[in-house]
Design a protein around this ligand. Structure first.
Ligand code: GRF
Length: 201
């Protein structure tokens, strides 16, 4: 399957997805990297790694941003969208269009600690473990079906920063594995329907 990775910043999860795709038996390829801000450091990394990059500026494009993004995904014949530190609320129409074909990684054991600040919330709640979740994107933030999770222990003396750093290592293991499983799933009626729709247009 052809995957677009959408980022807003550093892009370390994006890098993990790109490097994992270099294995001969990887069932997905990164066809495109894009995002919502042209200065995202991850874009330069993707470019240096020879991946096609379409930098879009959501602030400058305003409402037209989502149409621009959709045409970039169409031109690159993308099958799946992987959000990786993409910090923008996605309009329902776009979510609907990619229903069942857009996934996200969140740094907590969902359904616990949705939204920003999950590591601080874990520490404030005195929990002794946390982790990361890859899930399908729905219009409800961080609430779509879970596709995979990894657990990470909380250590005495952890700060949100030290915890984030350790969870990130686990994210880099989890995301490529779950994306590969999802890209290789045997049958997906929704995807086939969408292709038929697309051809009919
Ligand atoms: C990751 O922790 C991810 O789970 C969260 O934002 C962070 C992005 O980091 N959504 P990076 O840009 O992938 O390095």
């Amino acid at each position: 399957g052809r995957v677009a990775v959408l980022i807003s910043g550093r892009g370390s999860n994006m890098a993990a997805l790109i490097y994992a795709a270099r294995a001969n038996d990887c069932p997905y390829e990164v066809a495109l990297v894009s995002g919502d801000r042209p200065d995202a450091p991850g874009l330069a990394l993707a470019k240096a790694e020879g991946v096609e990059v379409t930098p879009l500026d959501a602030r400058a494009l305003g409402k037209g941003y989502w149409d621009e993004l959709q045409s970039a995904l169409d031109s690159a014949k993308v099958d799946l969208v992987a959000l990786a530190g993409f910090m923008r609320i996605i309009p329902d129409a776009f979510v609907d269009r990619w229903q069942g074909r857009m996934i996200n990684i969140h740094p907590s054991l969902l359904p616990r600690h949705k939204g920003l600040g999950s590591h601080a919330a874990v520490l404030a709640a005195g929990e002794d473990s946390t982790g990361a979740t890859v899930h399908l994107v729905t219009s409800d933030l961080d609430s779509g079906e879970t596709l995979g999770q990894v657990e990470v222990a909380v250590l005495d003396g952890d700060t949100p920063e030290t915890l984030a750093e350790r969870v990130l290592i686990a994210e880099h293991q989890l995301y490529p594995r779950v994306l590969a499983e999802y890209a290789a799933r045997p049958f997906d009626a929704g995807w086939i329907e969408a292709q038929v729709d697309r051809l009919a247009r």
